[in-house]
Design a protein around this ligand. Structure first.
Ligand SMILES: [Zn+2]
Length: 269
């Protein structure tokens, strides 16, 4: 297996995964979505709420706020020494106290005060509720690590997807440079340059085969490499994308070890 990074920024990563099969690639995708833990608010105690929204709606909105996650300092409650009751190793308290004294205002994620300066909302500008003059919202919230398989609020990514590496085969002897394929391609990959057909960014091809259909001379053929994948991860900002991938690989390796262990047991009996 080989990994080649194509693009990377603060929240997303695009890479080529070579010499693996689709089952492996899909396992990685599913682990990223469902098993890499992140922090999210899971318990809310409403102390005062004179806002126009019910307590439950506010609690639900708080749960969906992405929180920056520190996987080195916290553990999943089910793996914690406290047995999941909630302690400093598995839980963070956040408080919010806002009163609209000077007129209507919006309560934002930035109003949440966290006990741990590392566990804070990814953005301070996520609206929670609008208050009219004199209305008040006071609450205590508890965030914990969780997994996407339990609730989507714990998913570390908004996108985890892959596609086969496209292969564009051009028969220069058959091609008469009519430009029909250039017109047909929705991704604008093909181009006519000085009377010659030029293939641009192959990674951008979505295998739609419109060019193939447009070509009467069968000069262009689209196929794909079923052992090479273009993988895209778009994080929500809770963890750096490379850390998400690293954690997913770690979880997959643990699962493989577990399987081997169980197989050994079966063989031993
Ligand atoms: Zn604990």
């Amino acid at each position: 297996m080989n990994i080649r990074i194509l693009e990377k920024d603060e929240n997303s990563i695009k890479f080529i995964l070579e010499d693996v099969d689709v089952a492996f690639t899909n396992s990685l995708r599913r682990i990223i979505l469902a098993e890499v833990p992140t922090m999210a608010i899971d318990d809310v105690i409403i102390i005062e709420n004179s806002s126009p929204l019910f307590d439950e709606i506010i609690a639900h909105r708080l749960g969906l706020i992405p929180l920056k996650t520190d996987l080195d300092a916290y553990v999943l409650p089910e793996k914690c020494e406290c047995g999941g009751e909630g302690c400093a190793n598995c839980q963070v308290a956040l408080t919010l106290e806002v009163e609209a004294t000077d007129g209507p205002m919006t309560v934002y994620s930035g109003h949440l005060k966290s006990q741990d300066p590392k566990i804070v909302p990814v953005s301070e500008k996520i609206p929670i509720v609008k208050l009219a003059k004199g209305q008040k919202l006071v609450l205590e919230a508890y965030a914990r690590l969780g997994q996407g398989k339990e609730h989507a609020k714990w998913q570390p990514v908004s996108v985890a997807a892959y596609k086969y590496l496209p292969i564009i085969n051009l028969d220069y002897e058959k091609c008469d440079q009519c430009g029909a394929c250039v017109e047909a391609c929705p991704r604008e990959i093909l181009e006519l340059k000085n009377g010659e057909l030029v293939i641009g960014d192959v990674f951008n091809c979505n295998l739609c085969k419109s060019c193939e259909e447009a070509c009467d001379l069968e000069a262009i053929k689209i196929s794909f490499d079923d052992r090479t994948f273009i993988f895209t991860i778009e994080g929500t900002g809770v963890l750096p994308p490379e850390r998400i991938l690293e954690e997913a690989v770690k979880i997959l390796a643990e699962k493989a070890d577990q399987l081997i262990e169980e197989m050994e047991k079966v063989k031993g009996t």
